[in-house]
Design a binder for this molecule. Structure first.
Ligand code: 2PG
Ligand code: MG
Length: 433
């Protein structure tokens, strides 16, 4: 009854207006599950391959009809009659069917769509909420959100180099309280920007503000002022996080800050971030160094690992083998988890597990190209990751996840656990410790 009866993919659209893959899995019992695959802009070099048609005459090459066909004609025949509840075996079958190291034969977008849709069908078959189906009866931890407020880099037309200036509502008493604090800071940031006389272009890819500022530091200062203006104590109630996304302005061994017209080497970059940490309530830095600058990562980690959360995104690409290398070299202390970087749900769980075993914090993350699919909200509760990064509190593709978590919070009621900034306790010297 839980065997796969049919499997179908179609091309739909994401929040940037680009095509993406949707998959529907129907089990013999008649229950079904559906999932839509997200897509990044500041993608890491070592991510699993997102298969695009590449035909300039159609969707500017961004079509995904080949990935859709791969689901319908190559994956479906191999999975009909497969037990939809056996997620690990199903994912393994997908990996074998693809047969490449980076899922370039079928496309990670084809594979992931099937993997996630099968999980949803399994949850429907079991009659359980997705987070319980995936995480078991003890999956009841709600995350501390880190919320994009100001955007730059590839998500906001390159106005400034750094990609995300995020608020972390460390003083929140609950997940819904964290969102209320977010509301206050988000709207006071808008006021700050306008008061300074900057024009507000449309929202950036993740719903944050992307004005053309003089420097990266100015974005940090505006966020700090917005926190104060909203009536919060910086650091105590609302802290700051950065996603530098530095791989995208790293070239010839240096970091090119175009907005400021200067070039930094790895040591200078690390020193600048160290100085910011000492001056600002900055408690989390993602991709402070580029994906291939492992020496730079070592310098940064030595300086800041005991002080702040250092997240590897492009660096690890949710890939257990890359994370293992990082662990061995003592690099970073947290890992960004994006399902489409690796391509199956089971491999995603493996990376989260590996992180846990070595005291690295997992942070579940959306992509800059998203949809109404809220899978990662359930995944966050299922893994008990304790942190989520979805983007800002604007745009329905973001809110699908924030609002799903509000519903989960309500559903769990007093059984829900909100650790908030307590999640940082394992990183000695930070947050609640
Ligand atoms: C990131 C993500 C999400 P993208 O860099 O962390 O913010 O961006 O999906 O473009 O890689
Ligand atoms: Mg990132």
């Amino acid at each position: 009854m839980s065997r796969i009866q049919s499997l179908k993919a179609r091309q739909v659209f994401d929040s940037r207006g680009y095509p993406t893959v949707e998959v529907e899995v129907i089990l013999n019992s008649g229950v079904s599950g559906r999932a839509i695959v997200p897509s990044g802009a500041s993608t890491g070099k070592f991510e699993a391959l997102e298969l695009r048609d590449g035909d300039p005459a159609s969707f500017s090459g961004k079509g995904v009809t080949h990935a859709v066909e791969n689901v319908n004609h190559r994956i479906a025949p191999a999975l009909i009659d497969f037990d939809g509840l056996n997620q690990a075996a199903l994912d393994q079958r997908l990996v074998e069917l693809d047969g490449t190291g980076n899922k370039s034969s079928l496309g990670a977008n084809a594979i992931l769509g099937v993997s996630l849709a099968a999980a949803r069908a399994g949850a429907a078959f079991a009659g359980l909420p997705l987070y319980t189906y995936l995480g078991g009866v003890n999956a009841r931890r709600l995350p501390l959100p880190m919320v994009n407020i100001l955007s730059g880099g590839l998500h906001a037309g390159g106005q400034i180099d750094f990609q995300d200036f995020l608020m972390i509502p460390v003083g929140a008493q609950s997940y819904s309280h964290a969102l209320q604090m977010t509301f206050d800071v988000y709207h006071s940031t808008r006021k700050q920007i306008q008061e300074k006389g900057y024009e507000l272009p449309g929202l950036a890819d993740e719903g944050g503000f992307g004005p053309k500022l003089q420097s990266n530091l100015e974005a940090l200062e505006i966020l700090l002022e917005a926190i104060l203006m909203a009536g919060y104590s910086p650091g105590k109630e609302v802290a700051i996080g950065l996603d530098v996304a530095s791989s995208h302005f790293y070239a010839q061994g240096g970091y090119k800050l175009a907005a400021e017209n200067r070039m930094l080497d790895s040591l200078q970059m690390a020193e600048m971030l160290e100085q910011w940490v000492s001056k600002y309530p900055l408690i989390s830095i993602e991709d402070g160094m580029a994906e291939e600058d492992w020496e730079g990562w070592e310098i940064l980690s030595k300086k800041l690992c005991h002080k702040v959360q250092l997240i590897g995104d492009d660096l690890f690409t949710t890939n257990a083998a890359r994370l293992q290398q990082g662990i061995e070299r003592g690099i970073a202390n947290a890992v960004l988890i994006k399902v489409n970087q690796i391509g199956t749900l089971t491999e995603t769980f493996e990376t989260v597990e590996l992180a846990r075993r070595h005291g690295y914090l997992p942070v579940i993350s959306a992509r800059s190209g998203e949809t109404e699919d809220a899978f990662i909200a359930d995944l966050t509760v299922a893994t008990g990751a304790g942190q989520i990064k979805i983007g800002s509190i604007a745009r329905s593709s973001r809110l699908a996840k924030y609002n799903r978590l509000l519903r989960i919070e309500e559903e769990l009621g007093s059984a829900g656990i909100y650790q908030g900034a307590g999640v940082f306790e394992v990183l000695k010297g930070l947050g609640g410790s």
